[in-house]
Design a protein around this ligand. Sequence first.
Ligand code: G6P
Length: 622
Amino acid sequence: MCGIVGYIGSGVAKDFLLEGLRRLEYRGYDSAGTATVDPNGDFLITKSTGRIHSLSSMVASSSCKSNIGIGHTRWATHGPATVVNAHPHIGGSDELTIAHNGVIENFNELREMLAAKDYTFKSETDTEVVAHLIAECLKSHRASSNGTPLDHDAVVECMKQALAQLRGTFGIVVILKEFPDAIFAARLGSPLVIGIGSDEHFVASDASPLAGYADQIVYLADHQVAVVTADHLQVSHRDSGVISHDVKELQVDSGQVELGEFKHYMLKEIFEQPTSLKNTMRGRLNEDDATAVFGGLNISNQDLRKVKRIVLTACGTSWHSALVGEYLLEEIAQIPTEVEYASELRYRNPPMDDDTLLFAITQSGETADTLGALREMKRKGHMTMAICNVVGSSIAQEADGGIFLHAGPEIGVASTKAYTSQCLALMMLSLYLGRLRHLSYNAGRRMIDEIKRLPSLIEKALQCNEQAKAISEKYQHVNNFLYLGRQYNFPTALEGALKLKEISYIHAEGYPAAEMKHGPIALVDEQTPSVFVMPRGFIYEKVMSNLEEIKARGGPVIAVAFEGDERITEVADDVIFVPPVEDFLQPIVTVIPLQLIAYHIAVLRGCDVDKPRNLAKSVTVE
Ligand code: G6P
C-alpha cells in the first residue's frame, strides 16, 4: 500500500522517480508526488491527485536536473486524496522532506505534542507528524552539540530517536536540505529495498522499479536505517549500530514488469500462467522418489512426520488458495487442516498444540494481517512457514521456512497467476507430506505425471478466451452474479465471485452449490446469472441437481465443464469447456474461465482493470 521511490546518483532523478512510480502504481493510486532539490538548494515539490500520468506531465515538463529525489504514490489512510495530503511532506521549517508508507497509530498524541512546540500542520496525514518529529530531534541535537555541524551519523541518530517514538508501521525516505548528497531511509513493517547501480542508488518499496536500473538489491529489515549516497550505502540497526548488509542479485527483469503486447497487466498475467506454473514446479518434482522437493522448508522429515494439524492463514485471494489447500492436505496428505482469516487469527487465541504447523500464504509477503498472524504464532513459539511470491518480503524474511512461488512479479491488483501458483505449491506440499506418510509410490508417480501436464492444460484452457468474451458481452449489464461449486471447486466459486466484484464492481457471491438452497436461491431471477463450476467428477450429479433447481426458477446458467460433457449443453444457457483433469487439479484449471469472464466484463463496463477503485495490491495496514 503506497509506493516509495528514491534516487541519488549521477543521472537525473526525476527520470527514475517517474518510471519507478509508474511501476509501483499498483500499490496505491489516488495521488502522487515527487521532491527534488533545485540548483539553489531548495526543495522542488510537485504533487497531484489521481494517477501517476497527471504527475508525470507536470514533473516531466520541469527543467530540474536534480541528481537526488524521492517520490510517492498514495493509497489514502489519514485524510482524503488531495494535493495537500499527497506526499512528500515537509518537516520543520522546510529543512527536510519525507515520503512514508504505513500507518502511525499514535499520530494524534504526537501531533498535539508537536503543535504545542509551534510546529504547524498543513495536511491531515500521519506522515507530517513523522516529518516534524525528525525535525524536532535534529533541533534538540543541534541545541545540545554546541554548534558542532551535523554529519550523516548524527542524522541517523536523530532519526532513530524520532522513530523510537512512533507506534505503527513505516517505510520512509527523507532528504535534508543540509545534505543534498544523501537519502535517509528506514523501515518498520513496510518494505523498502535499495538497488545498487554504478555511481547511483535507487530506493523503492519493492524490486519492480529496479528492473533495468540495478543488478543488485539490498532488502532493508525492520529497525534498520540506511544512509544512501551516490556511491555508498551504510545500514545501521536500531540496537547494534552500523551493520554489514547482504547484497543479492536482482531477479526481476524489465520484461516482467512491462505490458508488452497486452492491454492490461491482469490479462498478461492470466496468459502467463502456463509459464508461472512451470516456474513454480521447476526442480520440485522428484520422479525417482515419487515426491516433491522443497529447498526452504527448514524442517526435518522426522519433525514433519510429527505434524498432526496444519493451519493455513491468509487474506483475500490467498485465503481462497488456502481453502483449496485444506481439501488437498486432508485428501492427499490426510493431515487435519484448518483455514483462518489472518485478520481473525491474529487476535483470536485458538488452542494450538506443539504438533500444529502454521503456513501463511501471501503473494506480496507484506499483508499486514498475515504478517500479524505469523508474528503472533511465532511469539507463541510455533514453527511458522510461508508460501510467498516476493523474495525478500517481510513475511519471507520472518517465517522459519517456506516455499517461494517463483510466479514472477504480479502487478494487476486482482491476483491471478499468484493464485494458481499458490494452489500448485499446496498441491506439491500435499504430495510431499503424503509421501512422508501413507501415500504409495504409484499414487505419488501418478500425481507427478498429472502435475507435469498442467502448463499445457492451462494453455488449452486459455483457448476459451473468445468464448469468455462473448459470454461477458451477454451478461455485462447484470447487477448480481452467483458462483457455485462443490468440493475442490467451492474455493473456485469464491475466487470467481471475488475476481468479478473486485474489478467490475458487480455484486457477486460464491457459495458451495448445495448451500445455495439455504438463502441465496432467494436471489435467483431472470436477471441473476449463476456460474456453475462443475467439471465431471464424483460430485457432478449432485451439482447437476443444484443447477436444475436454479433453472426451475428461471435463473440463467453459465457452466464451466469438462470437454466432452454433452449433457451440460442441454441444460446450461452457456458452457465454457476446459480440458478434463484429475479432481485435485480441477481448481487450477476451472478458475481460468472465471478470471477471463471477470476481466472481459470489467473491460466492457469501462472499469480500470489493473487499478480498481478503493483497492490496493499490497495491504500493509490492518
Ligand atoms: C489485497 C489484494 C488481493 C490479495 C490480498 C492478499 O486485498 O487486493 O488481491 O489477494 O490483498 O494479498 P497477499 O499479498 O497477502 O496475497
